[in-house]
Design a protein around this ligand. Structure first.
Ligand code: HEC
Ligand code: HEC
Length: 368
């Protein structure tokens, strides 16, 4: 008797699993076909588990990315139809904002400089203070932020439902008639994830398609090297800005302040040791993304270098990697770089400009 129950049980569990599979909570599925979007990812970017998990959770499709691009460039996302994501994230500036602080729908400035959007598929923490952990969640913040688009999400969904164009685009991208805020966020995240810069001179150098000039090569070496006084000269940048995206892991205090008007990462963790720490942002396309730092205080790369060379604050919270980096014994925290060395680091930073990315029609406005 017991034995004969077994196949029944098995059948039951199989049926149960099958039902679970079809049980997609919020989306009534209709018949449609999406086309997988093929990302061009160079081998040295790596496909780690996090990247793969993120792509599994929100797989990029041609239709989804296209919908995301339309949303990104559409002022329909803002309360009074005046600004789009692209108002503050402009392609020719590496998707950053050339203004020190961006203005929202009410004409009021935000609190920080708008960040470059590039290779974010490899990023784990979002915003200067890392207050958000996924891109899907991140993209809904600017829509609702009173100093940015100041838009209610339910009202936005209603607007999109009233638009025949978006009704059809959502249907194509997600095979559903039902537009939701989750799908708005998925589509926007798909577009942002598709923004990949991989054709700078530096990338071509890594692929053996370009020879760095002598200055660029020495600049790269200085950038990468932690100095040992009297033995090895270095600019120390690579201690925090890692290849291939030249961003960093975690949050650091790079010594730009000793009195803090913005406490940065501490506002997220509540830990006093995180005072004045900020995200180590990417340096890709850095020559195009001025002004620099979380509050846009430096307008040129020369000023940034001057900061790291001789104006690092001796604050109690300044990162030790900067505090003890000097090219001269007992000289910390000054690098004592020569004018030529600074020029060489700048030459190297310019090799991170990817004009293909900055002009790629795939990433540009669909409305022009
Ligand atoms: C009014 C200007 C403004 C608008 C509009 C705007 N952003 Fe931003 N964006 C910013 C600012 C400023 C930051 C940094 C804010 C902070 O860290 O506190 C930012 C940060 C980001 C980041 C984080 C990047 C990183 O490296 O952590 C992403 C992603 C982003 N925005 C995407 C978008 C998308 C998508 C839209 C449209 C839905 C959008 N933004 C609309 C100004 C804007
Ligand atoms: C201790 C870690 C650390 C070191 C070393 C370091 N940086 Fe940074 N860098 C950061 C952090 C953190 C930020 C963001 C700080 C902020 O906005 O307040 C930053 C920001 C920048 C920015 C501004 C980026 C933007 O989009 O606004 C540039 C440019 C930069 N660094 C270049 C360099 C160069 C060049 C060097 C070497 C001379 C260097 N960094 C060394 C941590 C570091």
């Amino acid at each position: 008797m017991k034995k004969s129950l077994k196949p029944l049980l098995l059948l039951f569990s199989l049926l149960w699993i099958a039902c679970k599979k079809n049980d997609k909570p919020d989306i009534p599925v209709i018949d449609c076909n999406t086309t997988p979007y093929s990302l061009e990812i160079p081998f040295y970017f790596g496909m780690n588990d996090t990247v793969q998990q993120r792509l599994n959770a929100n797989p990029l499709t041609v239709e989804g990315v296209e919908l995301g691009r339309h949303l990104f460039y559409d002022t329909i996302l803002s309360e009074n139809y005046t600004i789009s994501c692209a108002t503050c994230h402009q392609q020719k500036y590496g998707f950053a904002d050339p203004r020190r602080l961006s203005l929202g729908t009410q004409g009021l400035p935000g609190k920080r400089n708008a960040m470059a959007l590039v290779n974010l598929l490899w990023t784990k923490d979002f915003f200067w203070d890392g207050r958000v952990r996924t891109l899907e969640e991140q993209v809904l913040h600017p829509i609702q932020d009173p100093l940015e688009m100041n838009m209610n999400l339910e009202a936005l969904v209603q607007r999109l439902k009233n638009s025949p164009k978006y009704k059809s685009m959502f249907k194509k991208a997600f095979c559903t008639e039902n537009i939701t805020k989750e799908l708005v966020s998925k589509a926007l995240a798909q577009f942002v994830n598709s923004l990949i810069s991989k054709d700078s001179k530096f990338d071509k150098y890594l692929r053996g398609e370009y020879f760095l000039t002598l200055d660029e090569r020495i600049g790269l070496q200085l950038f990468q090297t932690h100095p040992i006084p009297g033995r090895i000269r270095g600019g120390n940048c690579g201690d925090c800005h890692f290849q291939p995206h030249f961003d960093g892991k975690g949050f650091k205090n790079n010594g730009i302040d000793s009195i803090y008007s913005d406490i940065g990462y501490q506002s997220v963790t509540g830990n006093p040791f995180d005072l004045g720490k900020f995200k180590i942002v990417t340096l890709r396309n850095i020559a195009q993304t001025a002004p620099y730092m979380h509050d846009g205080r430096f307008s040129t790369l020369e000023q940034v270098l001057e900061h790291y060379d001789k104006h690092v604050k001796l604050g109690e919270f300044t990162d030790p990697l900067i505090m003890e980096a000097s090219n001269i014994n007992g000289g910390a925290p000054r690098l004592f770089l020569t004018p030529t060395e600074k020029q060489q680091i700048l030459s190297f930073l310019h090799t991170l400009t990817d004009s293909t990315f900055l002009t790629n029609p795939k990433y540009s406005s669909p409305f022009e």
